[in-house]
Design a protein around this ligand. Structure first.
Ligand code: ATP
Ligand code: MG
Length: 420
């Protein structure tokens, strides 16, 4: 679990505010659900045999003897809220997004933490492929807005209750014939949840999976039509994608469409999936809710942030102005001037410790402020001061009652080149 301090938080804020903008444009409203839920919610939706529920949940008993879990993902809590508030009675289609911390007891490495952040979206009430495509479109536009280019969309269809059993049987038969080549974990998965073998990161298991039966060849006519139409819709939107028949996703609740966005950056290693999702038309009913189709997606902020940091851009907003005081007697006026300019919308830094002018100027340099204004007795009596551009250049004369407008009128110096 990580601490995020000023200096690092800005890139997170950039990602979060970009997400809010994009989801807003697409008409997705934000939901916030509690950090803890009944353990049973995740067992019933995500599935007992998944890694998430089987191995990774932080589960505890509260003082009332209830089994609670820190949420490991956001789809089930959102579905619980949707059912509990009878949202389907109020509107036929709802589009929600969420962002916040999730908890999984995982082995920590780059891009894999025990508390991590996800941004996710769910669209309830539309079973059409256009809804799947629209959801992928938000993600594509979001990644574009972040400036992340080397991310590939992978799509697949897992069929439905009608056609998946035949595929499942064939897969089990095939995997049993190759049992000896699988890792110990996968030999267990084979018994309990054979689809998960396709998800294994072990190279040998991946080779076995690659030569196995292709789920797409088992799709029934309606599922095939859904998948074909989805690809047509992606074409209409100009979204590039790869069909990957081994993509299954690590959760139990998916039907038909599943998809992942995979980054090709070495910094992420095996944690290269920045996000994934799929359709879960049966989950609401399975949880005791209405028979409402849904499609959802979640992406990992930690991994997006890693990619953005690799890009070398800076996200910290530098102060417009640093106010330094030349003498003890100007300290109160400096404090008041800083306050007034902040009220007028400037980002102002001021050393509350006072101290020598030299030490304040050092601090001004470090702050990265565009300008420094030195306030002394002379400035106070004349009402006139100077804006010293910290990047060098001629000082700009300024009236003390017109500082904000003057700072705003100064042309922005070219952004400093980030260090290689
Ligand atoms: P993986 O196969 O990498 O374990 P997953 O299938 O468990 O991923 P999902 O449940 O689909 O992951 O979660 C969606 C996204 O959330 C992932 O693609 C990833 O970006 C992020 N994510 C999942 N687990 C973690 C974690 N422990 N730390 C950081 N990010 C995570
Ligand atoms: Mg995982």
């Amino acid at each position: 679990m990580n601490d995020l301090l000023p200096g690092e938080i800005e890139v997170w804020q950039f990602v979060e505010s970009t997400a809010r903008t994009l989801f807003g444009r697409f008409g997705y409203g934000e939901v916030r659900t509690p950090m803890v839920e009944d353990t049973a919610l995740f067992v019933r939706s995500v599935g007992e045999e998944t890694d998430i529920v089987g191995k990774e949940m932080y589960t505890f008993e509260d003082k009332g003897g209830r089994s609670l879990s820190l949420r490991p993902e956001g789809t089930a809590p959102a579905a619980r809220a949707y059912i509990e508030h009878s949202v389907s009675n109020q509107e036929p289609v709802s589009r929600w997004f969420y962002m916040g911390p999730m908890f999984r007891y995982e082995r920590m490495k780059t891009g894999r933490y025990r508390q991590f952040s996800q941004i996710g979206a769910e669209a309830y009430g539309a079973k059409e492929p256009a809804q799947d495509a629209e959801l992928m479109d938000v993600v594509v536009q979001f990644l574009e807005a972040l400036g992340l280019k080397d991310v590939t969309l992978n799509i697949n269809s897992l069929g439905d209750d009608n056609c998946r059993p035949a595929y499942h049987a064939k897969l089990v038969e095939y995997l049993n014939a190759h049992r000896e080549e699988l890792c110990a974990d996968c030999q267990q998965r084979l018994e309990r949840n054979p689809l998960r073998v396709l998800d294994c990161k072990n190279e040998k298991c991946q080779a076995v999976a690659a030569a196995g039966p292709n789920v797409l060849e088992f799709l029934c006519a309606p599922c095939r039509a859904h998948f074909t139409d989805l690809q047509r819709k992606l074409g209409v939107l100009g979204i590039r994608y790869v069909v990957n028949h081994r993509l299954v996703r690590g959760l139990d609740y998916y039907t038909r469409t599943v998809f992942e966005f995979i980054a090709s950056h070495p910094a992420l290693g095996t944690a290269s999936t920045v996000g994934g999702g799929g359709r879960y038309d049966k989950m609401m009913k399975g949880l005791g809710g209405p028979d409402v189709p849904a499609v959802g997606y979640a992406m990992g902020l930690d991994r997006l942030v890693l990619l953005l940091k690799e890009g070398g851009k800076t996200f910290t907003q530098r102060p417009d102005l640093f106010i330094a005081v030349a003498d003890e007697g100007s300290q109160d006026e400096g404090l008041a001037l800083a306050s007034r300019l902040r009220r007028e919308g400037l980002k102002v830094d001021f050393d509350t410790r006072g101290g020598s002018l030299k030490s304040q100027m050092k601090r001004a340099d470090k702050s990265g402020a565009r300008f420094t204004l030195v306030l002394g007795e002379q400035e106070r009596t004349s009402g006139q001061a100077k804006l010293k551009p910290m990047a060098g250049g001629e000082p700009v004369p300024v009236a003390l009652d017109n500082v904000a407008a003057t700072v705003r009128a100064q042309p922005e110096a070219p952004a400093p080149v980030p260090a290689a």
